[in-house]
Ligand binder design. Structure first.
Ligand SMILES: *[C@@H]1O[C@H](CO)[C@@H](O)[C@H](O)[C@H]1NC(C)=O
Ligand SMILES: *[C@@H]1O[C@H](CO)[C@@H](O)[C@H](O)[C@H]1NC(C)=O
Ligand SMILES: *[C@@H]1O[C@H](CO)[C@@H](O)[C@H](O)[C@H]1NC(C)=O
Ligand SMILES: *[C@@H]1O[C@H](CO)[C@@H](O)[C@H](O)[C@H]1NC(C)=O
Ligand SMILES: *[C@@H]1O[C@H](CO)[C@@H](O)[C@H](O)[C@H]1NC(C)=O
Ligand SMILES: *[C@@H]1O[C@H](CO)[C@@H](O)[C@H](O)[C@H]1NC(C)=O
Ligand SMILES: *[C@@H]1O[C@H](CO)[C@@H](O)[C@H](O)[C@H]1NC(C)=O
Ligand SMILES: *[C@@H]1O[C@H](CO)[C@@H](O)[C@H](O)[C@H]1NC(C)=O
Length: 424
């Protein structure tokens, strides 16, 4: 005969199993996107395509600042070799692990167009495009978020979907590999994905090859996980000079920066950070953006920054005429190297929904026309009204593991309860 204690402990174990089963991570984008509990969202999970593609050590270690191309990565090496002789002869501005060395730099002549010193966005080296620091459309906000994908972003992305609002997401390569299903959600929801480097360090500190690797492996990570290769990037901390711009340009990347900073990522008091949002909003009213729109630095970093974005969305939408992904404001309808995803032009985006300042958000019917859900290859100018992620499958097809696992655990728990009843 089983003792009562044993019975209790079997029951507890089985209940724990049941709980674990209920909290199991999903294995595909749709089931991951449906998880509401942040702790469950942030429970690490494996993703077979990453492991399968790393048999030869092709991928760097996540969060490691990169000093160069992975050994034996002939493809990356060939790409780098194709332009390395022409990289502007500018020394790294400091050493990895240390701080930026601005002391000996002449910020007045600013020979390297080093943003960290001068906020320079017009390169001195010829042939480089100016950075995008504001969107050209008047009374328009280029709406974007840095540092994702954050594991717990479902409430935030749910909110954006409810508002029928797309944004530009600047994804860190290491976060993409840590949270691939979350990264897939951005693609499925029709957001625009840009690169935000592998390890999120100041880019001007890297060697030429290290800087290349930070961008190259981030693009490859986003491609592996979402199927898309971005053509835009944002330097962490805004730290870019003409050497880094040149390397980014060789990878087909436009540099996107900002003129307004929410400082939402700092430890500043909420009142101060809210004040930065309020100042931007006040500038709309005072006519600052009547000829050229705005870009503000905001983050998908953690619950604080995402909740702040949610809380401010109605105010931003009421103040600006339009909130759009940055490529939409640039009429860049093919944001990726691949042609099977298209964004609407600015005119298409704004025609397909009422001005944000008259509706304040959701319910206006047709959405912005992402075609991420269709995998048929039908591409440009799509005005599909079905931009929800329901039909989207951006890569993995591992299927539904959540339900069966929960069911098994619940069955076990019931079995345990029955066993205990019998033995008492
Ligand atoms: C890929 O493999 C290398 C070598 O085993 C390892 O150092 C690295 O951490 C792995 N990267 C990822 C993202 O799994
Ligand atoms: C990057 O440089 C800025 C100064 O421009 C500094 O505040 C920041 O801490 C640096 N970040 C890292 C990761 O070194
Ligand atoms: C993502 O957000 C959660 C919730 O705030 C936070 O605990 C976590 O540290 C964030 N992850 C990263 C990588 O910053
Ligand atoms: C922030 O956390 C609170 C408490 O867990 C939660 O109710 C809220 O939905 C979260 N906000 C976002 C945007 O994730
Ligand atoms: C939005 O509202 C402002 C006044 O607050 C007005 O000048 C502007 O024309 C409106 N935009 C649209 C597209 O309705
Ligand atoms: C985008 O297209 C509109 C016309 O639909 C035009 O007015 C605007 O100047 C274009 N913007 C850019 C950046 O090309
Ligand atoms: C888009 O096309 C690329 C190949 O060009 C493919 O790898 C990717 O899976 C496609 N993505 C979607 C969502 O169809
Ligand atoms: C949208 O989805 C519905 C069914 O969910 C379908 O009947 C309709 O044809 C779709 N519209 C477009 C434009 O794809």
């Amino acid at each position: 005969m089983r003792s009562r204690n044993t019975c209790t402990s079997i029951g507890a174990t089985l209940l724990l199993l049941a709980a674990t089963g209920t909290r199991a991570q999903a294995t595909d984008e749709a089931s991951a996107a449906a998880i509401t509990d942040p702790t469950t969202q942030c429970t690490p999970y494996g993703y077979a395509p990453i492991a399968a593609s790393n048999t030869t050590g092709l991928w760097p270690t996540v969060w490691l600042p990169l000093t160069g191309i992975q050994p034996n990565d002939a493809t990356a090496q060939a790409k780098y070799n194709s332009f390395s002789a022409n990289i502007p002869d500018i020394a790294p501005q400091g050493t990895l692990g240390g701080s930026l060395n601005t002391a000996g730099y002449d910020g007045t002549t600013d020979p390297d167009c080093w943003w960290s010193v001068s906020q320079c966005t017009t390169p001195k080296v010829s042939g480089l495009n100016p950075d995008i620091a504001a969107v050209p459309e008047p009374r328009t906000l280029g709406y974007g978020f840095d540092d994702g994908p954050n594991c717990s972003h479902n409430a935030f992305y749910d909110y954006l979907t409810e508002q029928d609002q797309k944004a530009t997401m600047f994804y860190i390569g290491s976060n993409v590999f840590d949270w691939p299903l979350q990264a897939q959600r951005a693609a499925a929801d029709g957001h625009e994905i840009c690169a935000h480097t592998w390890s999120h360090r100041n880019m001007t500190m890297f060697s030429n090859e290290g800087a290349f690797a930070e961008l190259y492996y981030t693009l490859e990570a986003i491609k592996l996980v979402t199927g898309y290769t971005p053509q835009c990037w944002r330097p962490p901390f805004g730290d870019v000079d003409d050497r880094i711009r040149y390397i980014a340009a060789q990878l087909g990347l436009e540099t996107i920066i900002w003129k307004y900073d929410s400082f939402d990522y700092t430890a500043a008091p909420l009142s101060q950070i809210q004040g930065n949002y309020d100042a931007l909003i006040a500038d709309v009213a005072s006519g600052t953006f009547d000829t050229v729109g705005a870009i503000m630095l905001t983050h998908e970093l953690n619950n604080f920054t995402m909740q702040l974005a949610v809380d401010n969305y109605p105010k931003l939408a009421a103040a600006f005429d339009y909130l759009v992904p940055i490529s939409v404001a640039m009429n860049k309808t093919q944001p990726y190297v691949e042609s099977n995803f298209s964004l609407p032009s600015f005119a298409e985006y704004t025609a397909s929904r009422a001005s944000t300042n008259s509706t304040g958000g959701s319910g206006s019917g047709s959405s912005s026309g992402s075609s991420s859900g269709s995998s048929s290859g039908a591409a440009s100018g799509s005005t599909s009204t079905n931009a929800t992620k329901s039909g989207a499958s951006t890569g993995s097809s591992a299927g539904v593991a959540l339900l069966p696992r929960t069911a098994v655990a619940l069955t076990l728990a019931l079995l345990g309860a029955a066993l205990c009843l019998c033995s008492l």
